[in-house]
Design a protein around this ligand. Structure first.
Ligand SMILES: Nc1ncnc2c1ncn2[C@@H]1O[C@H](COP(=O)(O)OP(=O)(O)OP(=O)(O)O)[C@@H](O)[C@H]1O
Length: 276
């Protein structure tokens, strides 16, 4: 498919030589990867990175490192246009178990998050706007236990957006949702990326087709082999496993999932994951 016009500006996320070892077990090895601010003529569009790898390979560990919640054994993570070393609170992380406070209403959960970044009046304004944008206003007085899975998911994304600085990591945002809810979460992700050119969403998912359709870049975490064919301990993201979908013409096309080139690419990615 024809690539749509786009340009790149400064980096918004840089991983340099990131490695992680737990009690002698090398989980991640020398990861170097970067996301650049992508601009499109006449469009306000942020970045979406699809992040894949087999179960247990180290995706959640890398997310926690990117969110500044876990220090890598070596290497650095820099975030934002100012490329500051990541600290806890700068990056939103929506994990599989959403960290909402059970004893607070949905509204108050969001307000707690907004107050971390804004003065009280502005925090309240932001919460009202996010409740509205994410179709959560009718549910604002409910406690998390009384929200559906999809509502909790939307609330968790809103909560992280309210207190983080442009970069948000979604760990398995589609798991456990029905097709209608998956469509809704896809819409939210698109909405998040069009709110601000600098908004960057990293999606960790086993749902390759759904995620690839949203992404303009993919990272595949896998193992390399040495010259004798032995697996090298520690997963990494090789240059070959960093795919630029914008340049391949697979980004931003409406209904891209229906295109034969897209289906073929998704199959290629799946077989890379099987072999990695
Ligand atoms: N705190 C820790 N101490 C020791 N080992 C850990 C720790 N955290 C993660 N690991 C190990 O790191 C490896 C990668 O785990 P991780 O949760 O990142 O995998 P994943 O790719 O996210 O898997 P899944 O797709 O199944 O969620 C696993 O072998 C796990 O046991």
């Amino acid at each position: 498919m024809t690539p749509l016009p786009h340009n790149y500006k400064e980096p918004v996320l840089t991983l340099q030589g990131v490695s992680m070892t737990f009690n002698g077990e090398v989980v991640l090895r020398d990861i170097n990867a970067q996301v650049l601010d992508v601009t499109r003529p006449g469009m306000n569009q942020g970045q979406v990175v699809g992040f894949y790898g087999r179960s247990g390979i180290g995706k959640s560990v890398l997310c926690r490192i990117m969110a500044g919640l876990l220090a890598p054994s070596s290497g650095t993570v820099h975030v934002g246009v100012n490329q500051l070393p990541v600290r806890p609170g700068m990056v939103g992380l929506v994990q599989q178990r959403y960290p909402l406070f059970d004893h607070r209403t949905l509204h108050d959960n969001l307000l707690v998050a907004a107050l971390r970044k804004h003065a009280p009046d502005e925090a309240q304004r932001q919460v009202t706007s996010y409740l509205d944008r994410f179709c959560l206003t009718p549910h604002r007085k409910k406690y998390p236990a009384h929200l559906s899975g999809g509502q909790r998911q939307r609330a968790a994304i809103a909560q992280q957006l309210l207190c983080s600085e442009h970069l948000i990591l979604l760990d398995e945002p589609f798991s456990g949702l029905d097709v209608a809810m998956i469509d809704e979460v896809k819409k939210i992700i698109l909405e998040v990326t069009t709110m601000d050119e600098l908004n960057t969403v990293v999606i960790v998912s086993h749902d390759i087709a759904t995620t690839t359709a949203l992404a303009d870049r993919l990272w595949l975490l896998g193992y390399e082999r040495d010259a004798t064919g032995q697996l090298i301990p520690g997963a990494t993201i090789t240059q070959q496993h960093q795919y630029n979908l914008a340049e391949m013409g697979l980004a931003w096309h409406p209904n891209v999932e229906a295109e034969p080139e897209f289906a073929q690419f998704v199959e290629e990615i799946k077989s890379e994951i099987r072999g990695s």
